[in-house]
Write a protein that binds this ligand. Structure first.
Ligand code: AVI
Length: 322
C-alpha cells in the first residue's frame, strides 16, 4: 500500500491519483464545466497532435517553421555567442534544430519536459547530430519552479526558447506568471524567443481547430479516454461532440465537448450529471495581435525587441528581453 493504513484518515497523504481525481472533479463541478488540456497528451494524444501539425487547415506548425527557415540566422545574431538555450516543453525539437544550426558556439541546450521518455529520446537523437553540443535534459513541469544545472545558471547569456504558441493555451494571468518565471530564469542579461499565434479571420481559426479529417475532434475526445483509463471514470466517448468556437471578447478559440444527451458520468465515487447540449471546456487557444502581446509581455516586465512574421502575418516569433 502507498500509505500506512494506521494513519488517521484526516492526515493521510493523498495519493497522486486521488489528487488528480479531485482536480478533475473540481473542474467538472464548475459552471461551465472544464477539464485541463493536460489530459490531451497521453501516447495516443501526442500522436494525434503530431498529425494535427501536418493538417492542411492547421497552419501553425508549418508557418512557424517557415519563419524559422527564413530568419533563424538573424535570431541567432540577436542571441549572440556562447548562449545557454533552455527550451520549455521540448517536443521533437525540429524548430530547435533550425535555431541551433545558426547559433555561434552555444554553451548548452537544456530541453525541459515533463515526459521523461520523450525528453530522453529527443535528447539522445539530438546528441547524435550535435556531438559538440552540451545537452542537459531536465525532467520538470515548466509551469512550476524548477532548478537549472549550476553551470547553466552561471551562463552569461541564458535564453528561453518556447515555440509552438503554447503560451496561448494558458489563461492570461497564468501566461503572465509563466513569462515572469521565464524572465527570472534568464535574468537581467537574458532573452526569451517565443512563438505567438496571431489574430486572424475567425473562420480560418475555427477550421484550424475543427479539421475536415476529424483529427482534432479525436484529439479532443481522447482527453476523456485518458481520464477513463487513468482515473477509472466512465465517460461514454460516443456521447460527446467536438466543438471549436471563436470567442471574440476573449480573443481566443475554445475547444469544448458537447454532451449529446442527458447522462451521468462516474468518477472517484462521485456522480457528474450532464444535460443534453451541456458544454465541457477542454482548451483555450488565445490569439494575440502584436500590440496585445507586447502589452502582456510588459505586465511581466519584458520588452519586445524583435518580431518576425510570415508574409501573410499569420504567426510570429518574438524576442523578449527584461
Ligand atoms: C499545443 N498548442 C499550441 C496547440 C494549439 O494550437 O493551441 C494545441 C491544439 N489544440 C488543438 N489543436 C492543437
Amino acid at each position: 500500500a502507498k500509505h500506512p493504513s494506521t494513519a488517521p484518515a484526516k492526515s493521510a497523504p493523498q495519493s497522486a491519483e486521488t489528487a488528480l481525481t479531485n482536480d478533475v472533479l473540481a473542474g467538472l463541478k464548475k459552471h461551465p464545466k472544464e477539464l485541463s488540456p493536460v489530459w490531451f497528451y497521453d501516447e495516443l494524444g501526442s500522436f494525434l497532435f503530431d498529425n494535427i501539425c501536418e493538417l492542411p487547415e492547421y497552419y501553425i506548425t508549418r508557418t512557424e517553421l517557415q519563419i524559422m527557415h527564413g530568419h533563424a540566422l538573424e535570431m541567432a545574431h540577436h542571441i549572440g555567442p556562447d548562449a545557454a538555450v533552455i527550451e520549455f516543453g521540448s517536443g521533437t525539437s525540429l524548430k530547435t534544430r533550425l535555431l541551433l544550426d545558426r547559433l555561434e558556439s552555444p554553451l548548452a541546450y537544456v530541453p525541459v519536459d515533463i515526459s521523461r521518455e520523450h525528453l530522453f529520446t529527443a535528447a539522445g537523437a539530438l546528441a547524435k547530430d550535435y556531438p559538440n553540443l552540451h545537452i542537459v535534459p531536465v525532467c520538470a513541469d515548466f509551469t512550476q519552479t524548477f532548478e537549472l544545472p549550476q553551470f547553466v545558471r552561471q551562463a552569461q547569456r541564458r535564453v528561453v526558447y518556447f515555440p509552438g504558441s503554447t503560451l496561448g493555451n494558458f489563461a492570461r494571468s497564468q501566461a503572465r506568471e509563466l513569462l515572469v518565471r521565464m524572465r527570472d530564469l534568464v535574468g537581467g542579461n537574458g532573452a526569451i524567443l517565443i512563438g505567438i499565434d496571431l489574430r486572424k479571420d475567425p473562420s480560418i481559426l475555427e477550421r484550424a481547430y475543427d479539421d475536415s479529417a476529424g483529427v482534432t475532434a479525436e484529439f479532443n475526445i481522447n482527453a476523456l479516454r485518458h481520464v477513463n483509463r487513468e482515473l477509472g471514470a466512465d465517460f461514454d466517448l460516443d456521447a460527446f461532440d467536438h466543438l471549436a468556437v471563436w470567442v471574440e471578447e476573449e480573443s481566443r478559440i475554445e475547444m469544448h465537448l458537447v454532451s449529446k444527451r442527458d447522462q451521468v458520468v462516474h468518477l472517484g465515487g462521485d456522480e457528474i450529471r450532464f444535460r443534453r447540449g451541456e458544454h465541457l471546456r477542454t482548451e483555450y487557444c488565445h490569439k494575440y495581435t502584436v500590440e496585445s502581446f507586447s502589452e502582456l509581455a510588459a505586465t511581466a516586465g519584458l520588452a519586445v525587441k524583435r518580431v518576425w512574421m510570415d508574409p501573410n502575418k499569420q504567426f510570429s516569433v518574438q524576442l523578449l528581453e527584461p
